[in-house]
Design a protein around this ligand. Sequence first.
Ligand code: GLP
Length: 238
Amino acid sequence: MKKIICGNYEECCSAAADIFTEQLRQKPESVLGLATGSTPIGLYEQLVSRYDEGKIDFSRAKAFNLDEYYPIKQNHAQSYKTFMEEHLFDKVNFAQKHIPNGEASDVVAECARFDAELEAAGGIDLQLLGIGTNGHIGFNEPAVSYPLKSYMTQLSEDSLKSNSRFFTKGETQPTTALTMGIGQIFAAKQILMLISGANKTEITKKLFEGKLHTDVPACFLLLHPNVTVVLDKAAAGV
Ligand code: GLP
């Protein structure tokens, strides 16, 4: 696991944007695995600026998002579909955009549909990940065992609490979600994890402790041959 410690969040986003830029330079038809949450927002801003400046082109790239709340209307202000449109998809020129459908009536069929699309695209070249304060990746929450492919998951108390900040009073916060499975994330050729802020210091410490904590989903990445973690000093605790 390669670790890049940056002075601040902006520098992290810039380092992460460099990795995306290089990926698309080398393989314009890349399959990019994308994430939501507050952490990737600065990276997406950088990607949009670089696109506006003609430095990066997504016209042959395919985007696959990690997860989506379930159930949620696709046009709900807090759906991950809306998030991606606002922060990236409406501002750059992806050839394809795939997100699990939060309003699908048949969850099993929806997961199978998403998995088939991902397989048809040939799997992920570069997967962006954040990390939950409990070590979740996508919405793979700490568990005894982990599905390899997409599935509906029960959100942990920790995730519900962390994400409650995005929902205003009167908005119902979903307690379940559809997420890519650990196997699909792990099959990515390259993984880029972005970690920022003092609220992530503890989980970051656990990730770098040199042990495979099986109740910390992010720890499985310790076994992956091509992971870069870009983190700021606050998250690194230095
Ligand atoms: C979210 C997403 C994750 C994300 C994580 C951390 O709910 N499901 O993919 O990495 O929680 O989010 P944040 O960056 O806001 O801390």
